[in-house]
Design a protein around this ligand. Structure first.
Ligand SMILES: [Zn+2]
Length: 448
């Protein structure tokens, strides 16, 4: 039996014990959730013991560790994909099972390869220049600037920039494009060094980096240090409200240590003397937030209406109550059962099923559900780097999209569901032989 959680008492959260730690599944039945009687970990923001499960997705390899044929006959490392919610500050988080240094110092992802991401970056740049009045006397600093995919648009307008990027190979690509970049992890120390050299940021931005930071407090303290007195921070990260509402549990992977609501982001920034004064909801990655922050004392930036509105929606969804988080498990388990039910029935009828795409989220889904070549003959991906390789854990072969026409499968399971419209359009030809599309998230749906 657990002892009552003092922090939970302080925040007025209902107490739970090993006996009453229950979640309700999608059919209204109660399920027992695993509890950690001896917490293994502390919250990376507030330090409280982590006792409460958000969701347990079992053991999984790193989602980007695609295998070649020779590696199929070797051991493979699996790590717990076990997600906690902090009962004190409600930060949803994974432990850092694999160090950020080993994941991000030699990174294979070059942002400039994605056309839609470049368009997003270009639009952002124009918006910020207009909104903040940036010019040749301003300083723009991007944290995790990748290959300069975004800063290049500020450089083109003559606005001074600095990129901070931990992956040496990716930073090198930026430097070759003429974008000043230092190779470093951003933290308190990096910010102090830059500040000592007289660097301050009028615009300090970080897109999809906050989730990947193991030491959150050092990171946010660094932002506070580097921000000019009247400067603006913008951060983009996937929205936890979207993740929960849309059942996007497959967007959880080991490279993403934390999952933020507006409320937790406000709590964390405010502890470091920063205030969120505006927020936008974006459609990227299935639903993201772009927050705008400034020094708490900066009275030139009144807090806009959108902040209060989104905060109210998160509160009414239940994001300041622990029960809301523990019900997520039931929803995830039911999704697994429904997907397996569909696959089993299809296989019993002698149907053939193949996958479309080999994204990180597909690997979380397939490993959690235990879907291997017993259900999916293969998957396809347009990225030539992935073709000929195998998915981590499930060992499903990755082929080129032409294979679909050759084997004429009955069902195409779309793994990057956020691109389903585009994928169904590109592969409409499967209907010629009666093929159908299957989308697993937020729930299993068949599109004839
Ligand atoms: Zn906490």
């Amino acid at each position: 039996m657990n002892t009552p959680d003092k922090q939970a008492l302080q925040t007025g959260v209902a107490l739970r014990t090993a006996e009453n730690e229950l979640g309700v599944d999608a059919r209204g039945k109660l399920e027992t959730l695993p509890v950690q009687p001896t917490p293994f970990a502390c919250c990376r923001f507030c330090g409280a013991d982590l006792r409460f499960t958000f969701v347990d997705l079992g053991m999984s390899p790193l989602c980007e560790s695609y295998l070649n044929a020779a590696q199929l006959n070797q051991g493979e490392i699996f790590y717990p994909l076990y997600v906690y919610v902090c009962s004190k500050c409600f930060l949803v988080q994974l432990q850092e099972y694999v160090s950020a240094k080993s994941i991000f110092t030699e990174y294979a992802y070059f942002s400039s390869y994605s056309d839609s991401w470049l368009a997003h970056a270009k639009a952002y740049t124009a918006e910020m220049i207009a909104r903040l009045g940036l010019n040749q006397d301003s300083n723009v600093v991007e944290i995790a600037s990748n290959d300069g995919y975004l800063l290049q648009y500020f450089v083109a307008k003559g606005i001074p920039v600095l990129g901070i990027e931990p992956a040496g190979n990716v930073a090198q690509a930026a430097i070759e494009k003429g974008i000043p970049t230092i190779v470093a992890f951003f933290n308190r120390e990096t910010a102090q060094e830059l500040s000592a050299q007289g660097k301050r940021a009028d615009l300090l931005l970080g897109n999809n980096v906050l989730a990947q930071v193991p030491d959150l407090n050092s990171f946010v303290a660094g932002m506070k240090t580097l921000l000019a007195n009247r400067g603006v921070i913008t951060l983009e990260f996937p929205s936890l409200l979207c993740l929960m509402e849309e059942n996007q549990f497959d967007t959880i992977y080991h490279e993403h240590f934390s999952y933020f609501s507006l409320i937790t982001a406000e709590t964390i920034l405010s502890a470091h003397g920063l205030r969120i004064f505006d927020v936008e909801e974006l459609s990227t990655h299935g639903g993201s937030l772009r927050i705008y922050a400034c020094h708490t004392a900066d009275d030139s930036k009144p807090t806009g209406q959108r902040v209060g509105e989104l905060r109210a929606r998160e509160i009414s969804y239940g994001m300041t109550r622990l029960e809301c988080y523990s019900s997520f498990t039931g929803q995830v388990r039911e999704t697994k059962r429904a997907l397996l039910e569909f696959l089993i029935e299809a296989k019993r009828k002698g149907k053939t099923i193949v996958g479309y795409g080999a994204p990180g989220k597909g690997n979380t889904l397939l490993n959690y559900c235990g879907i291997r070549t017993d259900f999916l003959d293969y998957t396809v991906d347009r990225n030539p780097y992935k073709q000929g390789k195998f998915l981590p854990g499930t060992h499903i072969p990755i082929e080129s999209p032409e294979r679909i026409c050759q084997t004429k499968p009955d069902f195409l399971l779309i793994l990057p569901w956020n691109l389903k419209d585009e994928i169904m359009e590109q592969n409409a030809f499967i209907r010629d032989w009666g093929g159908q599309f299957v989308v697993p998230i937020p729930r299993v749906r068949i599109f004839p």
